[in-house]
Design a protein around this ligand. Sequence first.
Ligand code: AHR
Length: 498
Amino acid sequence: MTETTITLHTDFQIAPVDPRIFGGFLEQMGRSIYQGVYDPASSHVDEDGFRRDVLDALRGLAMPVVRYPGGNFASGYHWRDGVGPRDQRPTVRELAWQSIEPNSIGTDEFMRLCRKMDWDPMITVNLGTGTPEEARDWVEYCNCAPGTRFSDMRVANGSPSPHSVSLWCLGNEMDGPWQLGHVPAGQYAVRAQQAAKMMRDVDSGIELVACGSCATGLATYMDWDREVLEYLGDYADYISLHRYVGNDVNDTADFLAITNSIDRQIEDMDAVCRFVQARRRSKARTYLCFDEWNVWYRARGSAHQDGMGRFAPHLIEEVYNLEDALVVAGFLNSFIRHADVLKIANLAQLVNVIAPLLTRGDQLLVQSIYYPFAMFARRREGVALQAAVSGPTYEGRTNGEVTVIDSSAILNGDTLHVFLTNRSLDQSATVRIRVEDRAATAIDSAEIVTGEGPAAANSFERPNAVTSRAFSDVTIVDGAASAVMPPLAAAAVSLRLC
Ligand code: AHR
């Protein structure tokens, strides 16, 4: 048994937690849309062709914002192919994933889905093979009152009221050589600035996300971001970060220590934003948007990434286990700890494609990573607090020294949410939570995600190997809470303070 003490003070605040850090990402690829959220052939189909069972499960994640249509898909996508009468939409060769795209789902259907789900839409424009003007036209289609060419096109397609899309991404992963239309930073910056200016000319109220470095290992990491931000100036409300992590060499301890590297990536990117802001002597701050993140390493390579000219192929359908769920909790802890600089984040993705949900015919499987996300999302309101963590540490093989207990905390009025992950492979942990200026008087709720070992995974045959359940090993003594956590577990404890 290890012992850790977490000390907090309600005056030691980081920043309000932006609910948008609990966003999601839905790419038009593989079986994410077709056979995922949308499946007219399913017995679960609703009046618009969406799958009720999938949408009901997604409601449990309460995502405030969802990014669409890509991802790599966005860099070859022409939005006009996806609007208007369905029988007149073209079927096209989709090059990012080598698939066939019938365009049965497009802007208006995605907006309908957003309304059903209470999601704010976040649209990625095509700055790979598309033009800045095409991006500008899309803003007009979505956001303008009737009376002009593209807004009237929307009205003719059945949406008299504007879709009011306030968040727009200026392309996707344009620093990646695999991206359709990939260019060096300077050329991307020019393209993005041209698009941003016209998009803002059409709707001055939109917020823009510039493409930042999509992988820490690329040679252009940080230089790309500096160059792009210097050129874009105040057009960049946010800059994007992407991160996919994995346990390639079966080293669970090191995998769970990945939080060091996630913290570092956020802090590196914030440093570039501050550097450029200082050099430009600007008052405007560029914040961070982690618009793709997850565990993804098994379903890699051409067998998983090449659609071979098929419609709705099985692409990157990762199967998740307990250690992946704990890493998802680690991402969320890191995001909360950086609430002052990170304002948006999107779990990639939602269904079938590296996703918390998998469909098989009419069946639906809830994967392990669903549970920590839902557990955090239920407790996301409030202000992030700084935590002093005193307890044992270990040295991750590549990720360096971490505390055995990973944590974050959110204060919401008289309620304190504390998130804890016990990274030990074999030892339980007693975690004492002390709030210096307040006393804990009651446990409002507590839940825990754990399972039988790091590789425990849900399957259609055994769907409940990793779930969340009520966590009863929490007590309050003398105004402090104490939780006894099993090894390899993530928990959330909500305390009432007086
Ligand atoms: O989410 C899958 C892919 O990962 C996205 O299309 C791309 O942006 C990233 O490389």
